[in-house]
Write a protein that binds this ligand. Structure first.
Ligand code: SAH
Length: 252
């Protein structure tokens, strides 16, 4: 049977960052459920006339699943829009598990994560030769616990590129853990609020000054914290081997 349920990565906010595949599915969907906390209502402009549209921020997992299940029973196609890419803090696993129980097929359409929109706004490469070749995507331990083996202080020991989701309201704890874990307070840090939206805000500072700058700005959510040497100004000697004449260049 044809797939009727699509979990769609709707990108960081700017509707032009939807994939063509996402747009095509939204255009033909009978039912659209979108995470209105981080997905722009503008995505609905692609919906066909008469499509049923639900905002999911105030719905429970069960309520969302009920909408999906009843639509499927009526032979309808459902587009479930999530912010960024669904694979990063998308909470799709529990949604998929409920559909699995009911034997309902679904497909996942990847999207542009806010991490990549933030890197683009910062005009930064997350993996700069000789400075950082590893990206750690994590969050501060909060209402949703982080496994003890992944505590921020221990991850800080790598001094890699660090991207923190869901942690803007806990910036003081973030800074304290990262410094105690091994980052120098002078390490460049940035906060990108609502990357790719019209009211996007970018703060560039150092880890040591991050808490104060974030407090001044009033940013508490919808922001990413990025830390690491990748944010340093480009200098000499940082050319990627990819452009080295002696390097085989099949990945160029
Ligand atoms: N799946 C999403 C993340 C969802 S979790 C993605 O791939 O981007 C929600 C967190 O993502 C927020 O707390 C914030 O840290 C981050 N986030 C989502 N959209 C954002 C945006 N446009 N700008 C900055 N951070 C964003």
């Amino acid at each position: 049977m044809a797939v009727q349920v699509y979990f769609i990565g709707a990108g960081p906010g700017d509707t032009e960052l939807l994939t063509i595949k996402a747009k095509n599915i939204i255009e033909r969907a009978d039912v659209i459920i979108y995470a209105d906390s981080l997905v722009s209502p503008e995505v609905c402009k692609f919906a066909r006339d008469g499509a049923e549209i639900h905002k999911s921020a105030s719905l429970s997992l069960e309520e969302t699943t009920d909408i999906i299940v009843s639509a499927v029973k009526q032979g309808k196609t459902v587009a479930r829009l999530q912010s960024g890419d669904p694979a990063i803090y998308g909470a799709i696993r529990e949604q998929m598990a409920l559909l699995d129980e009911k034997g309902i097929e679904y497909q996942i359409i990847p999207g542009v994560s806010s991490l990549f929109a933030a890197a683009a706004s910062l005009k930064a490469e997350l993996t700069v030769p000789e400075r950082a070749q590893t990206v750690i995507i994590t969050r501060m331990d909060g209402r949703t616990p982080v496994p003890a083996t992944e505590n921020l202080r221990s991850l800080a020991a790598h001094r890699a590129t660090m991207a923190l989701f869901l942690s803007a309201s806990l910036v003081e704890e973030v800074v304290s853990e990262l410094i105690q874990g091994g980052y120098d307070p002078g390490t460049p840090a940035a906060v990108v609020y609502r990357a790719s939206w019209e009211d996007e805000l970018v703060i560039r500072t150092t880890l040591g000054d991050l808490s104060e700058r974030v407090r001044e700005s009033g940013i508490k959510k919808q922001a990413l914290i990025l830390v690491g040497k990748f944010l340093e100004h480009p200098g000499k000697g940082l050319r990627s081997k990819l452009y080295d004449k002696k390097f085989k260049h099949e990945y160029r």
